[in-house]
Design a protein around this ligand. Structure first.
Ligand code: ADP
Ligand code: MG
Length: 217
């Protein structure tokens, strides 16, 4: 589902990723661990097509990301992948429901279908009772579950998460991680989670470590 070959990325001449190769099979739940500054977020952003590498190839869900036009890349990001960031990044002026709906409306999905997907996804992530609320009225754990619902509403085959529990307490973390496992097992979504917590990483089916811009076994 994900094939990254020899990804190289520097910032201002400072090497950040030094030739990272990574293969993730469909249905896998991969945890990537590493110290702060080891290049985890950069790797995730490159896999998600948010950032371009200096060298190397990335194929995700059958798409060679490097060869896509910016329009095709935007469509790829709306339909083939979901991304969840550490600090939720919900739109504060929209209700939870509108946050979840937005990517579907951008994709011009028919209204009835949008309604059905939002309902189903909210149920799956247990946020049905939060739909009319604004992000500021929700707890961190609820906000993260809404962010997950937004990422999954289109039913992308791949989900990327950057420290999804980094700003949650242990009870909320456990909740979010259990939901993630369920989404992975029940829906077959391929999951790549970045974390620096071994507890969180253990929810995955495989753990990779990154150090100084390289994958370590
Ligand atoms: N946009 C950027 N511009 C310059 N340097 C960056 C940028 N993003 C990340 N870096 C540097 O790249 C290194 C890896 O960062 P990052 O990928 O965020 O690692 P991690 O997520 O593991 O903490 C760090 O030294 C960071 O300062
Ligand atoms: Mg990071």
């Amino acid at each position: 589902m994900i094939e990254a070959e020899n990804i190289v990325k520097s910032y201002n001449g400072e090497p950040c990723l030094r030739g990272v190769s990574l293969h993730v099979a469909a249905g896998e739940f991969l945890s990537v661990m590493g110290e702060s500054g080891s290049g985890k977020s950069t790797l995730l952003e490159i896999l998600a097509g948010v950032r371009r590498p200096d060298a190397g190839q990335v194929r995700v869900a059958g798409e060679d990301i490097g060869s896509l036009s910016s329009e095709a890349l935007a469509k790829f990001r709306r339909t083939k992948i979901g991304v969840v960031y550490q600090n939720f990044r919900l739109i504060s002026t929209l209700t939870a429901e509108d946050n979840i709906r937005l990517p579907l409306l951008l994709e011009k999905m028919p209204r009835a279908e949008v309604r059905r997907r939002v309902e189903e996804t909210a149920e799956l992530l247990r946020v049905s009772s939060s739909l009319k609320k604004y992000p500021g009225e929700l707890s961190g754990g609820q906000q993260q579950r809404v962010a997950l619902a937004r990422a999954l509403a289109y039913r992308p085959p791949v989900l990327f998460l950057d420290e999804p529990t980094g700003s949650l307490d242990s009870e909320n973390s456990q909740n979010v991680l259990e939901l993630l496992s369920r989404v992975n097992r029940a829906e077959g979504v391929t999951v790549v989670q970045i974390t620096h917590s071994l507890e969180a990483a253990a929810y995955g089916s495989r753990i990779l470590r990154i150090r100084d811009g390289e994958i370590r076994p």
